[in-house]
Write a protein that binds this ligand. Structure first.
Ligand code: NAD
Ligand code: UDP
Length: 331
């Protein structure tokens, strides 16, 4: 298939482009490089040994998106492009709603105009809010505590409403848990701008000596050691989940959790990282971070049953691959 990958130069998008190319699909990337670099393209080509087509465009720009659909035979869209910093979304709600919701509408409309019937959307476990773990696809969504989460819930709703009146349209809403790690080549990985918000890039930068010590946000949650529990998933497993979703798509709306089903606490992750890489990660316990929930992990049987996909890489592999990339990363 010929797949339009929006946000394809970003963290999850670049790994997914490689997985698509390795599975024999062709890739057209559309990215405005607001949170990634064009060097990603070269790295995707180096790793996969395949060509890709790249458009530096904003996917909220209807005209620019239309131009791609008009000039290329597109079989499906994977929509990664979006702003993703939870804290920033509270500061800049309009930017987040505009970027993340309008992009979904523009792409859906282009699919309608050009008869493209496959759509895969990057959603997030954040749409479950503070439900009881493990999160199951059939749960009612709860309000999230920030505009970022709301943009994901709104995009899911827009795609669902569109699919309901367009029976030949297939949409997969993929709810990611916590993607970490990097490609085993060490060439691509997560390279956030500024001080990382997320745990794993913070840990790798502390290990590298770039940051002083990790601040563990709270040790009084009702969890095994008091620190927050999350379902960390290797980005390559996540990438393969997209290929499985695309290749097994049937008409209608399908929601899948992409996680491992296993919860890991902050302190467990730190220990796993130290042991996997034989390096120390100094940390201090500080107050809880506002908006955080105690536990978040997936119920994963639906993706296994319907897509034949499940995550294979363990926490040690995630820690090793994240560290290999960080050591190579000169930024
Ligand atoms: P990323 O920032 O590395 O990649 C997103 C890419 O989209 C970037 O390359 C950016 O330049 C591009 N982009 C943003 N707005 C754009 C626009 N209007 N037009 C064109 N390009 C645009 O982020 P990521 O971690 O790879 O996340 C990919 C998707 O997965 C996002 O939608 C994110 O919300 C979602 N997601 C991520 C996580 C996570 O923890 N990383 C978890 C759940 C969901
Ligand atoms: N966390 C932490 N210190 C950090 C960053 C994160 O203790 O510097 C904790 C956070 O409170 C949560 C877990 O690590 O329990 C995962 O946080 P992250 O921001 O990576 O993901 P999310 O909150 O989106 O699940």
């Amino acid at each position: 298939m010929n797949i339009l990958v929006t946000g394809g130069t970003g963290y999850i998008g670049s790994h997914t482009c490689i997985a698509l190319l390795e599975s024999g699909h062709s890739v057209i990337i559309a990215d405005n490089l607001s949170n990634s670099k064009s060097e990603s393209i070269k790295k995707i080509i180096d790793i996969s040994k395949k060509e890709v087509t790249f458009f530096e465009i904003d996917v909220t720009d209807e005209e620019a998106v239309d131009h791609i659909f008009r000039n290329h035979e597109i079989d499906g869209v994977i929509h990664f492009a979006g702003l993703k910093a939870v804290g920033e979304s509270v500061e800049k709600p309009l930017e987040y709603y505009y970027n993340n919701v309008v992009s979904t509408m523009v792409l859906t409309k282009a699919c309608q105009t050009y008869g493209v019937n496959r759509f895969v959307f990057s959603s997030s476990a954040t749409v479950y809010g503070d439900n009881t773990v493990p999160f199951v696809e059939t749960m009612s969504l709860l309000p999230t505590t920030n505009p970022y989460g709301e943009t994901k819930a709104m995009s899911e709703r827009i795609l669902t409403d569109f699919a309901n009146v367009n029976p030949s349209f297939s949409v997969s809403l993929l709810r990611y848990f916590n993607p970490v790690g990097a490609h085993e080549s060490g060439l691509i990985g997560e390279s956030p701008n500024g001080i990382p918000n997320n745990l794993m890039p913070y840990v790798t930068q502390v290990a590298k000596g770039k940051l002083h010590n990790l601040r563990v946000f709270g040790n009084d949650y009702p969890t095994i050691d008091g620190t927050g529990i999350r379902d960390y998933i290797h980005v390559l497993d996540l990438a393969e989940g997209h290929v499985a979703a695309l290749e097994n798509q049937t008409e209608g709306v399908h929601v899948y959790n992409l996680g491992t089903g296993k919860g890991t606490s902050v302190l467990e992750l730190v220990k796993a990282f130290e042991e996997a890489n034989d390096i120390e990660v100094p940390f201090e316990i500080v107050d809880r971070r506002p908006g955080d929930i105690a536990s978040c992990y997936a119920e994963t049987s639906k993706a296994k049953r319907e897509l034949g996909w499940s995550a294979k890489r363990d926490i040690v592999t995630m820690c090793r691959d994240a560290w290999r990339f960080e050591k190579n990363n000169m930024e």
